[in-house]
Design a protein around this ligand. Structure first.
Ligand SMILES: Cc1ncc(COP(=O)(O)O)c(C=O)c1O
Length: 375
């Protein structure tokens, strides 16, 4: 028998599992909340699409007021361009001339697209320059600063100023600065997050001042994720923020609270089926091949008194915390259970589509068109 594809109008109980699900009301509430907070803070919202890889989500974010999106790889930009999205920042460096050539091809195929890209080395700039020389539509080039992540980015002020000057000397458009502190997003303690972003802002302000002293205008300062966006937004320094996970909301981000601006709803779940039972324990048909677990075990949506105790390739084991819990929620063979992924990005990347649902029925099926595009 062939696989049963999800169908609009179908009840959730009829779904074959595992199935990646998006609860429409929670998703809409998350998008509205983030957009309103950015509006109130006076910063642009450029959501990171690496979290969802789904053009229909990006279109909804833009319809609500986002200026465009971020992607992490050039190939990832392609399905979004094909879906009509025209303002994209590749919030990353390009790994070699082949990627620069791919970017050139996209700029040529989509002449009305505004695409930005980050650099932290002269060689990247030279490769980019060589690839886009002579094009009518050129990319904006942003200098990335390492503001505490210890990953990519210029590590000191002189290097940042040098790179910005080189962009201008090469006849390319300086798009501004990217300053993203990834580790700080996940600090559990709000004070640590605040301290980290204060330090980020000091570094960014110094670079901006040094550039302005050389009469180099900085058109945008971009960065931030779901864990700290409110701090960068309130800094008076950042012109846009790049949160991604807020739209879906995983267990890892739910653990960092408790500020009201961090309260997003779990819109993303993985529908699973009880495939084996024994007293106090159930086994679900969902494992690492449908959900990542490098950020911890998944959570259980709307199921009190049970907890996830283990996950392997194709199984997830849950246990009742008490005899009463099992009586209240017996979970017989075939029962459907919604798991909340601990980390949304790598989980989404394991699926071909998102099943959107509202009031227990499927309302849409959205292709995860950028799935697997990591070149
Ligand atoms: C450059 C950049 N910006 C923004 C984000 C924010 O993403 P999220 O809100 O999903 O943590 C990330 C995530 O890794 C990133 O790498």
């Amino acid at each position: 028998m062939s696989l049963l594809p999800p169908v609009v109008g179908q009840s959730l109980q009829e779904l074959d599992t595992p199935q990646l699900m998006l609860e429409q009301d929670a998703f809409e509430a998350n998008l509205q909340q983030m957009q309103e907070q950015c509006l109130r803070a006076g910063v642009a919202l450029r959501p990171h699409a690496k979290a969802h890889k789904t053009p229909a989500i990006a279109q909804r974010q833009i319809a609500l007021g986002a200026v465009g999106i971020c992607v992490q790889k050039v190939s990832e930009a392609e399905p979004f361009l094909e879906a009509g999205i025209r303002n994209i920042l590749v919030a990353n460096q390009l790994a070699g001339p082949r990627k620069a050539a791919h970017l050139r091809d996209l700029l040529t195929a989509f002449p009305d697209a505004e695409i930005g890209v980050c650099i932290d080395h002269d060689t990247q700039l030279a490769q980019l320059h060589q690839a886009v020389m002579g094009l009518g539509n050129r990319p904006r080039v942003l200098v990335e600063l390492d503001v505490g992540q210890g990953r990519c980015g210029a590590t000191d002020l002189n290097q940042a100023v040098h790179l910005a000057q080189r962009v201008i000397d090469a006849g390319l458009v300086l798009g501004g600065l990217q300053a993203y502190h990834g580790k700080a997003q996940h600090f559990r303690d709000p004070l640590l997050r605040r301290e980290a972003i204060n330090s980020v802002c000091k570094q960014v302000a110094q670079v901006r001042q040094a550039l302005e002293q050389k009469f180099i205008f900085v058109p945008s300062i971009t960065g931030a994720g779901t864990g700290t966006y409110a701090l960068e937004a309130a800094s008076g320094l950042y012109t846009e923020v790049q949160p991604g996970s807020y739209a879906l909301m995983d267990m890892d981000y739910a653990a960092i609270g408790p500020e009201p601006e961090m309260r997003f709803r779990h819109a993303l779940t993985l529908a699973s089926t009880v495939m084996s039972t024994r007293p106090g324990q159930r086994v679900l048909d969902t494992g690492l091949k449908s959900m990542s677990a490098e950020s911890g075990l998944p959570g259980l949506h709307g199921l009190n008194g049970w907890e996830v105790v283990g996950i392997s390739d194709e199984h997830c084991v849950i246990r009742a915390q008490s005899r009463e819990a099992e009586i209240d929620q017996p979970l017989p063979l075939g029962a459907q259970v919604q798991l909340i992924p601990s980390h949304c990005d790598p989980t989404v990347n394991l699926h071909n589509h998102l099943v959107v649902h509202q009031h227990g029925r499927i309302s849409a099926v959205w292709p995860i068109a950028a799935r697997g595009l990591s070149q």
